[in-house]
Design a binder for this molecule. Sequence first.
Ligand code: WT7
Length: 654
Amino acid sequence: MGSSEQGEHAIHMMSTEEERRYPPSAEFAAQANAKADIYERDFDEFWETEGRTRVSWFEPFNKLYEWEMPYSKWYLGGKLNVCYNCVDRHVESGAGDKVAFYWEGELEDTRRTVTYANLQSEVVRFANVLKSLGVKKGTPVAIYLGMIPELPVAMLACARLGAPHCVIFGGFSAEALADRASDFEAEILITQDEGYRRGKPLALKKIADEAAANTPSVQKVLVVSHSGGDVAWNEGTDIRYDDLAKDASSDPASCPCEPMDSEDLLFLMYTSGTTAKPKGIIHTTAGYLVGAATTHYYIFDLKADSDVYFCTADIGWITGHSYILYGPLANQATSVIFEGTPDFPDKDRWWDICERYGVTILYTAPTAIRSHMKWGPEYAQKHDLSKIRLLGSVGEPINPEAWIWYRDHIGGGKAPVVDTWWQTETGSILITPLPGITTLKPGSASKPFPGIDAAVYDESSNEVGPGGGGYLVLRKPWPSMLRGIHNDPNRFLSNYWSLFPGNYAAGDGARIDEDGDFWLLGRVDDVMNVSGHRISTIEIESALVDHPLVAEAAVCGRADEITGQAIVAFVTLKGGAKGSDDVIKELRAHVGKKIGPIARPATVVITQELPKTRSGKIMRRLLRDVAENRALGDTTTLADPNVLAEIQRQAQAK
Ligand code: WT7
């Protein structure tokens, strides 16, 4: 995979077997949305029935799917609208007064309660504003917003008009934003004056301006007011949302939901791959919505009438798309959307939110759980979390200690924990426990969801039986699977479909135990997972070599107690310069500017040379050994063995 030396990524087996088992309580099982017979359902019947049940169609589909490797189409012939499914139909059926979401601002006491009827008005108004700017079916709209109420509103407004959106996470730099918006050929860029980060304003508009200046396709920048702070204004391009919104109609009849074909583009979501260029993952309308709604219903056991659901992800990532926005709203859930961070103003912020809104289902990431573990359970103990009945985890393998802590301290020692495996590309959860059925094992994502055919293969495409380890593959298409990479069909083919011909290679290692349960082991390619964010080693390397002082760079991950992985960069400077703390500081800042703060290396090691094979390939495997401070693997292909001793000395000096 990638440019790695062959077989460089050995799959490390877990040495100790986790023995703890947690069967569902009889009480939970009796009321669960998914009962044991769900696993007996036939593939076609499952997706056909769910397609008809979870989604309202303007015109029914007449063919379940078509599969021409590597492209699938789902629910062919159907017409529908995602916004109609997430908003209008709930108002029409009389649930207009039901809360769609409680919005909690980062600053205390900035709160809003948004009912489905409110949401409909806001979305229609936003859609009318977009329409007045010329947005129509097919117009690409980029969205660079923090977690403010206008973010879901803007996305739903795009879906209403049939305009594909691309949300770019608010933590990305101007350059990263421009790269993505240009590749998408966005015509409109929606941003806000400022966001907040731990009580301080974050200059989103300023970053958006810099990006827009480098994105020729962008004609208008639509600015939502949030902080009310002063921002620079570009007369020709900038438009204040409030100026247009005050005259825009919020009557749904003024802006009907555009009937979309099942396979029309809904959105792109950029994610890191094994090269410097991020991939624009394509998701279409019907299959994506069915996948998100179906998994959300069964895995989170959603009871629309009584649950309060809180997913702590940012809507700027796929988790937020599928499990804050589209899945929950399609299922008429009541959610919490939180703008801020878990430790501001104090480390009990989430637990305060859970208590105040009566959260019953919480979905978060292992890295966050480990931070809370470090801070101690006393923050959770200050609050009444007794309503929590189900917990979810996503983003990286969860270590059993964090799993148990989560269940004990947040779930009152009884809430089931669903460890959900999926990816930007898969659109929805594919490997997961079902909370009323599965006997849980801390650290295992359990079994493929009904209608999903997952397996573990060895390097020669042989299925690995119970007890074995290898590569996670998907053998059949599924409704919410990616439809390709925007502008790059060859990369789609080579990245996912060439390693195990005919099968989708997820890029993750996995082990399968005697009961057929899956244990995910992390990435097997040049992709790191830092705090649940996917980051490519090569993207960081190319940011580093872009700095005038840098000659060469190699990046790898090392294990980190809190963030899962931390980024280590090995750098050689031009002219063999020695480097200094200031240079290291500057290089870290440079990566932050090129990509975003999440990509800043935790450690920068400046060295005279990098370990290479005789043919000149950087041996990242050995650098990983150095970064992890463990014994070096096979060094026989190394051109100059002395290089490593030097690097080890440098790294240990850190
Ligand atoms: C990668 C996908 C869509 C989820 C958010 C991240 C890792 C995700 C798990 C899990 C073990 C997991 C995988 C995967 N991952 N969930 N429950 N157990 N690993 O989405 O940025 O597309 O990253 O996250 O390595 O390939 P993403």
